[in-house]
Design a protein around this ligand. Sequence first.
Ligand SMILES: CC(C)(COP(=O)(O)OP(=O)(O)OC[C@H]1O[C@@H](n2cnc3c(N)ncnc32)[C@H](O)[C@@H]1OP(=O)(O)O)[C@@H](O)C(=O)NCCC(=O)NCCS
Length: 209
Amino acid sequence: MTISENKIYPRTGDTETVYLKNVITDPNIEIGDYTMYNDFVCDPQDFQKNNVLYHYPVNHDRLMIGKFCSIACGAKFIFTSANHSLKSLSTYPFPIFFEEWGLDVTDITDAWDNKGDIIVGNDVWIGYEAVILSGVTIGDGAVIGSRAVVTKDIPPYTIVGGVPAKPIRKRFNDVTIARLLELKWWDWSEERIKANLKIIQSGRIDELN
Ligand SMILES: CC(C)(COP(=O)(O)OP(=O)(O)OC[C@H]1O[C@@H](n2cnc3c(N)ncnc32)[C@H](O)[C@@H]1OP(=O)(O)O)[C@@H](O)C(=O)NCCC(=O)NCCS
């Protein structure tokens, strides 16, 4: 059993921060251990409703977030049903109003373009009110700046910002990034992480054991 198992609040007396995996009920959302969400505006337990938007079971699109991610207040994940079809001559979503227009309810998904899952790696930090669009994959260790709009895949350990989000810099040099991706410290046991915590925090990768 992990520290984040069966527990909602990681900090005593702080109900604005939750272990996300323990407040999710939607089978199309998968969250890794220790990943946390902080919300000082709304109840963070309502993440699924307030932050995962236009996400309807009929599309079968999924939100997958890895371990040890930090998600700041108001970050949003915008899914397929937000994408009014651009194949159509009109952006008006006629298939949603199938009763009005004599269309078949089974064709309702024609109203939008399905861009697919949103996949977020491990140790990703998503800044305040960032927006992640459907179909995007964010690599391990990436940082999404405050109010960035992520429209394309983000490579591992890359800091991005702006609208649309563009790389600002890498978090580490290429050698260190390659070693981190090989180490995958987030899959270590809690005992090993605890034993190495000061070294992880110091940034001295050579001293990890
Ligand atoms: C993305 C971020 C981590 C970058 O930090 P940093 O690497 O120290 O960045 P700097 O302040 O040195 O800025 C580097 C460049 O990126 C730009 N930049 C920084 N943050 C940006 C953002 N959110 N959006 C767009 N551009 C940004 C700066 O203007 C600067 O541009 P320049 O090189 O043209 O001068 C930080 O700015 C940020 O947005 N943090 C999120 C904070 C947050 O939301 N916290 C929530 C609580 S957990």
